[in-house]
Write a protein that binds this ligand. Structure first.
Ligand code: AMP
Length: 413
């Protein structure tokens, strides 16, 4: 299967070449011909499977050669994702004479407005800033032919549903809608019923695909022992590691502790200014910072392919977050690992995820000892005051394991 066989026009194929892609990913092979044919699609599943090109290439293809003006709209939940999607689209559009603009908060509106005036065929926008521009008449959606709603479930989590509806009612009746979401909560389903009732559903990254690329492991670690366990783990991890925590304050604290302990680490969360977040992401993607501690929302824009390990330092509060977090590794066909620390009070959350993984990734989890990563040994004599004497055990339910355990998805096997 080649990009040429999907029916893309020459200038767009040259953009694909500029991006360095040789063969389409599964979602691209499925979605591109359908979108080119004018169908509406709902892409369901994890990130990292090439969905930006899956919607970006056919969108640019359909706009290529038409009258200039704003005809493509892509709505995303975060500034980071906005920048990332626009960067990718600019490469794909580089040979087609199409202009891609961004609209996100935290920067001067006039800079974005000037860019719109210079020419804008596609805008990649966060909902709040897009509405601001629309209300000031800096932009008009009246010629929009194609709309993409990316990470719809994340928009919901971030409280953007009312804004999304406000944007949708301003769009022309005649248009092609595409929606991407890792999960389908009922509010997103409601949006689909209202705005894309006839859309075809496409699974992004099938079950077997994610099983092949991501290994899921779990370790029972008392809350008070997590930092020690993490530091021991990081000492043995040479690659890029993304660590998730649930709260901004915990994120900052953990990032600082790791830095103090001499790790090339930083923290990213919503209380950091837009510029600080941007430079932090750049340092991570360029490898200056190898270990990044993040909250769920702040991690959304991370588009780094070679994250080798995702650590859930705090267990995610829901299945959707688990799926999003682990989707940051094992991207674009690479293998990846997700390791979750499970404190006793997080066991219920773990059980929800374990039930979901049952019959999915679990069968592909490494079985023999010594494969994947074992939990590192506790530091000899290094236990801090007040720490429980139990080290990580074999699986969250594991009891009995002393000091170490290769905790694996076997807890749910
Ligand atoms: P996405 O899911 O769109 O965030 O893409 C994940 C990563 O895969 C990005 O770094 C893309 O540049 C890369 N990518 C997307 N499509 C392809 C492809 N067909 N071949 C190689 N890399 C790709």
């Amino acid at each position: 299967m080649s990009f040429r066989s999907l029916g893309l026009k020459e200038p767009i194929l040259r953009g694909v070449l500029a991006a360095g892609y040789e063969t389409p990913t599964d979602i691209q092979a499925h979605a591109i011909p359908k979108i080119l044919a004018g169908l509406e699609l709902i892409g369901l599943g994890q990130t990292g499977s090439g969905k930006t090109a899956a919607f970006g290439l056919p969108m640019l293809d359909r706009l290529c050669g038409g009258e200039p003006g704003l005809r493509g709209l892509i709505v995303v939940p975060t500034r980071e994702l906005c920048v990332q999607v626009a960067e990718n689209l600019r490469v794909y559009a580089s040979q087609a004479g199409l202009h891609v603009c961004t609209a996100f908060g935290g920067v001067d509106m006039s800079i974005q407005e000037s860019a719109f005036k210079r020419g804008c065929d596609v805008v990649v926008a966060c909902p709040g800033r897009l509405i601001d521009h629309l209300e000031r008449r800096n932009l008009s959606l009246e010629k929009v032919q194609m709309v993409v709603l990316d990470e719809a479930d994340r928009m919901l989590d971030m409280g953007f549903m009312p804004q999304i509806r406000r944007i949708f009612v301003r769009l022309p009746q005649e248009r092609q809608n595409l929606l991407f979401s890792a999960t389908m909560p009922k509010e997103v389903e409601g949006l689909v019923q209202d705005f894309l009732p006839n859309a075809e559903r496409v699974q992004i990254g099938t079950r077997s695909q994610s099983a092949k690329t991501i290994t899921h492991r779990f370790a029972a670690v008392a809350a008070v022992d997590k930092q020690d366990a993490l530091e021991r783990l990081l000492q043995r991890e040479p690659g890029r590691v993304l660590i998730f925590v649930n709260k901004k304050i915990g994120c900052e604290k953990l990032g600082n502790s790791l830095k103090r302990a001499g790790f090339p680490a930083d923290a990213i969360h919503g209380d950091k200014g837009a510029e600080a977040r941007h430079s932090c992401l750049q340092a991570f993607s360029r490898g200056k910072v190898r270990i990044l501690v993040a909250t769920d929302v702040a991690a959304r824009g991370i588009d780094v392919d070679d994250i080798e390990l995702v650590v859930n330092y705090d267990f995610p509060l829901g299945l959707e977050d688990y799926v999003h977090r682990s989707g940051r590794t094992g991207r674009a066909g690479r293998t990846g690992r997700a390791l979750s620390f499970v404190a006793p009070m997080e066991r219920r959350l773990y059980e929800v995820v374990a039930a979901h993984l049952q019959g999915r990734e679990v069968p592909d989890a490494p079985k023999g000892p010594g494969r994947g990563y074992g939990m590192p040994k506790r530091r000899e004599g290094g236990s801090r005051e007040g720490r429980s004497s139990d080290g990580p055990k074999r699986g969250p339910g594991g009891g009995g394991g002393r000091g170490r355990g290769r905790s694996t998805a076997s807890a749910s096997n």
